[in-house]
Design a protein around this ligand. Structure first.
Ligand code: BES
Ligand code: ZN
Ligand code: ZN
Length: 508
């Protein structure tokens, strides 16, 4: 798919569909009349007869058009002008893509200026149109051998038409940036939608290496022997039940910017989570192929950091395992000595994410990062709490948390804070070892994070994102079909693009 910017030239090649935005209650159709008097007349009649009111998502379309550069013209309802915010514009773009797909329109032209308000600038709209056009057009159909019952094809090109001449230069640069961000989100979706029999830890390492070579990132992959030598026993114990070896992927970008600071990203990479001996119920277990979402968000963000040429040193760590029940799986009650020397009693083999993240968190100390951000599909409890709309955010640095919550509002990848009060740490103390990997059954998202906190390098600002609910969706959404969402990439990109000494405070 291609998204481009143009003006209202009369010589443009013919499109299949021309989409114009319409705010509910708008009386003045002068702009529309100028572009297409024939269609404007029909639209006026439809509005007068209350066939079309302009509420969000509503469509009035006609083949009777005076605009010669498209075979069909459509008016897309945007709701009240005062209500159009960035979030509703995103949905409107989703409607444009859905409308075009439904009409099998390959070449789409959109009158961008009709979507602008006092609160949404031309630059913002150009960025959102680019981003959501790519995201909403995404399909994962490589394993379909029968192309007969395919869902409607998404458009091949979307041309944004604007007369905002003074803004064009800035609009183009925003579009380039949005294009790069979307490409990284789609990369994340592609890797994540791969099933467990394909995307196992060594394969994910192979993909990371390929991406690193393309984007000129440095990439180290620690395999079984190295992990044993290093004493990464959290990672090793979880993978014990799998015939496939585990890996720890370490990507590095921008070493030359080290003087400006290092940020470390860590992602949970469980390529499939059966639960281990504490096996999960079979209902919805197939969704556990998405238990690698955190690792993939980190890998895709590293690729994006290189594309955006961020002036920052970023390290991406992805501990990758398969939590399986064959081979020599760990038993409930096993005691393991983690990379940082603490001992853990494994009460439940399904609480595996925290074991692999723990080793990666303490390993991150070697980079002396200004901050550590981790993303993990860590707890079913977080999914229950926030559904698929919000991730949980917890950490030891309020400034860092506040910045990320704000970035979530801006990007649409929302997160909401849960507390990390010391009292919650009591229930992960073990009788036989330093810690146990589950709490008392309550506040599961918080106790899981309290466990992680035990492994965070001293005096390091750190934030944990529990993305269990948001990493994949089970219903089509306006900007994403069922499956992996690529959550985290846009959020990380926003935080890292604005990184500075103001982003964090000194952690306790
Ligand atoms: N990968 C799961 C968490 C999860 C559940 C993600 C549902 C997405 C949707 C994690 O490894 C897990 O199984 N956690 C357990 C922890 C419990 C045993 C303390 C859970 O949440 O039930
Ligand atoms: Zn689990
Ligand atoms: Zn898991």
């Amino acid at each position: 798919m291609k998204v481009s910017l143009t003006n209202l030239t009369k010589s443009a090649p013919k499109a299949d569909l021309f989409v114009i935005g319409y705010f509910k209650g708008e009386k003045d159709l002068t702009a529309l009349r100028k572009i297409d008097p024939v269609f404007a007349k029909a639209a006026e009649a439809a509005i007068a007869k209350k066939i079309f009111s302009g509420k969000a998502g509503e469509v009035f379309s006609s083949f009777q058009t005076g605009y010669r550069q498209a075979s069909e013209t459509a008016l897309l309802g945007l709701g009240g002008k005062k209500d159009l915010k960035v979030a509703s514009l995103r949905k409107a773009v989703g409607s444009v893509v859905a409308l075009a797909s439904g009409k099998k329109a390959a070449k789409v032209r959109v009158f961008l200026d009709s979507f602008l308000t006092d609160t949404v600038s031309a630059e913002q709209a150009a960025g959102i149109f680019t981003e959501i056009s790519f995201l909403a057009s995404y399909r994962f159909d490589k394993y379909k051998t029968q192309k007969k019952n395919e869902p409607a094809k998404t458009p091949a090109s979307i041309e944004l038409v604007t007369e905002q001449k003074e803004a064009v230069k800035e609009m183009r640069s925003v579009m380039v940036r949005s294009g790069k961000i979307s490409a990284a989100v789609l990369l994340a979706r592609d890797l994540n939608n791969e099933p467990g029999n394909i995307m196992n830890p060594p394969r994910l390492a192979q993909e990371a290496k390929k991406i690193a070579a393309e984007k000129k990132l440095s990439c180290q992959v620690f395999g079984l022997a190295e992990l044993k030598k290093m004493g990464m026993n959290g990672i090793l114990a979880v993978n014990q039940g799998s015939p496939t070896p585990p890996v720890l992927i370490a990507l590095e970008y921008g070493i030359e910017h080290k003087d400006k600071g290092t940020v470390c990203l860590i992602g949970k990479g469980v390529t499939f989570d059966t639960g281990g001996i504490s096996i999960k119920p079979s209902k919805s277990m197939e969704e556990m192929k998405y238990d690698k979402s955190g690792a993939i968000a980190v890998i895709a963000t590293m690729a994006l950091a290189a594309e955006l040429k961020l002036p920052l040193h970023i390290v991406g760590l992805a501990p990758c395992v398969e939590n399986n029940v064959a081979n020599d799986p760990q038993r409930p009650g096993d005691i393991i000595k983690m990379f940082n020397g603490k001992t853990v009693e494994v009460m439940n083999t399904d609480a595996e994410g925290r074991l692999i993240l723990a080793d990666a968190l303490s390993y991150a100390a070697k980079y002396e990062p200004q901050a550590i951000l981790d993303a993990a599909t860590l707890t079913g409890m977080c999914h229950h709490t926030f559904g698929d709309k919000t991730s949980g955010i917890l950490g030891n640095d309020q400034k860092l948390i506040d910045g990320i919550v704000k970035a979530g509002e801006k990007t649409g990848e929302r997160c909401w804070q849960l507390p990390l009060w010391e009292e919650y740490g009591e229930c992960i103390k073990s009788h036989h070892s330093d810690l146990k990997n589950v709490g008392d059954g309550y506040a599961g998202t918080i106790t899981a994070t309290m466990f992680l906190k035990e492994f965070v390098p001293a005096k390091t600002p750190w934030v944990h994102l529990d993305i269990a609910g948001v990493a994949n969706i089970t219903q089509n959404r306006f900007d994403c079909p069922k499956g992996a969402t690529g959550y985290g990439v846009r959020l990380f990109a926003e935080i890292l693009s604005n990184w500075g000494p103001e982003s964090f405070s000194k952690a306790e």
